[in-house]
Design a protein around this ligand. Structure first.
Ligand SMILES: NC(=O)c1ccc[n+]([C@@H]2O[C@H](COP(=O)([O-])OP(=O)(O)OC[C@H]3O[C@@H](n4cnc5c(N)ncnc54)[C@H](O)[C@@H]3O)[C@@H](O)[C@H]2O)c1
Length: 343
């Protein structure tokens, strides 16, 4: 049985990965500062999992704190469960906030990652799966994006993700110690666990489209603004590649299993559905499957948006021998179920 430390394990993506790994017999050590999540999520994870509740250990703290992180590794060893690998989801993710406050983004996302890697190295744990993002492609024109496409992030958030990818790449090529490294470039994870017990609950004002749609549907926000109807797309609204959060969690399990089987690895994978959906199509599907209306209005384009983002997922299909199972209807249905149960 392997022991995995998951940073940001109480967050949207981390919590779904936890459920999936607990059901697969892993011991899990969550490290989270709860800066963008709630301790209630831990109870929900335990409620969902029929097995594995007792294989979950929680450590509240900041990944930038070396002493704290070392203590987590030490306590895992004392329990006779030394950490075999890390899934690194902790980080800040709001593009606009990163433009306004770049220092906190570089400090959390990059310094936090360096700190984590130092502590891992000290503890001879050299297997890591990192939450990267399609934002590293920025406004690259090579759509659909392949892992080998030009990397050209257009905001500080994307720059921090690319910086961590470069650090990981340097570690891999240093070959002093054999590292097993993977970075998953997520496209747009949405939806929620079908139980409705965990989902995306950003604190403050959500920037991502889907939580915003859910909040308008729930009457928590008056209107959903679609930024631009004159983009060069089929209906003039931006197109994105959405993946169900449960499929994204499974991709982590497959990827960490892949890393554990290798002596040394540098895995880079796009994780998306390989299908594009426009903002209008997403709204229409949400309305149809949930039998409700979304109050929306067109607004001017925002700086920093791009017309299309779409993943080429051939490498993921080939490497993991797996493809996403859920469609856009499932994402809209499950996401709304979570929103209704949460409020
Ligand atoms: N959600 C997306 O659309 C998306 C897309 C691409 C990449 N990502 C990346 O995936 C990761 C997880 O995203 P998410 O959507 O689950 O975000 P989230 O905010 O829901 O989860 C991140 C978790 O990390 C914790 N955290 C933040 N800073 C921390 C710190 N310094 N120390 C310890 N814990 C800290 C937060 O409290 C939160 O629980 C992030 O790194 C994000 O950049 C997300």
């Amino acid at each position: 049985m392997k022991n995995i430390l998951i940073t940001g394990g109480a967050g949207f993506i981390g919590s779904h990965i936890c459920v999936d790994l607990l059901e697969e017999n892993y011991n899990l050590f969550i490290v989270d500062s709860f800066v963008n999540s709630s301790i209630r999520v831990i109870d929900s994870i335990r409620n969902i999992c029929k097995i594995g509740k007792n294989r979950l250990y929680i450590y509240e703290g900041d990944i930038r704190n070396e002493v704290f992180l070392n203590k987590v590794f030490e306590e895992a060893s004392n329990k006779n469960k030394p950490i075999d690998g890390v899934i690194h989801c902790a980080g800040l993710k709001a593009v606009r906030e990163s433009i306004l406050n770049p220092l906190i983004y570089w400090d959390t996302n990059v310094n936090g990652s360096i700190n984590l890697l130092k502590v891992m190295n000290q503890n001879k744990c050299r297997t890591i799966l990192f939450s990267s993002s399609a934002t590293v492609y920025g406004d690259s024109k090579q759509i659909p994006f392949r892992e080998s496409s030009t990397l050209n992030p257009i905001n500080p958030y994307g720059e921090t993700k690319l910086a961590v990818e470069k650090i990981l790449h340097n570690l891999f090529t240093s070959s002093i110690n054999k590292w097993r490294i993977g970075f998953l470039r997520y496209f747009n994870p949405i939806g929620a666990h079908p139980s409705g017990l965990i989902g995306d609950n950003p604190l403050g004002n959500p920037e991502n489209i889907f939580p915003h749609i859910c909040q308008v549907a729930a009457g928590l926000k008056e209107k959903f603004y679609i930024y631009g109807n004159d983009w060069p797309t089929s209906d003039g609204t931006c197109q994105r590649d959405y993946i169900h959060i449960v499929d994204l969690a499974i991709a982590h399990k497959k990827s960490i299993e892949f890393l554990f089987q290798k002596d040394s690895a540098n895995l880079i994978l796009n994780v998306g559905s390989g299908k594009s959906t426009s903002v209008l199509e997403l709204i229409k599907t949400f309305e149809k499957v949930n039998n409700l209306k979304i109050n929306y209005e067109f607004a001017f384009r925002r700086d920093g948006d791009i017309a299309k983002s779409l993943a080429n997922i051939n490498l993921m299909l080939k490497t993991l021998n797996w493809k996403p199972q859920k469609n856009i209807e499932d994402m809209c249905r499950d996401g709304w179920k979570w929103q209704k149960m949460y409020y």
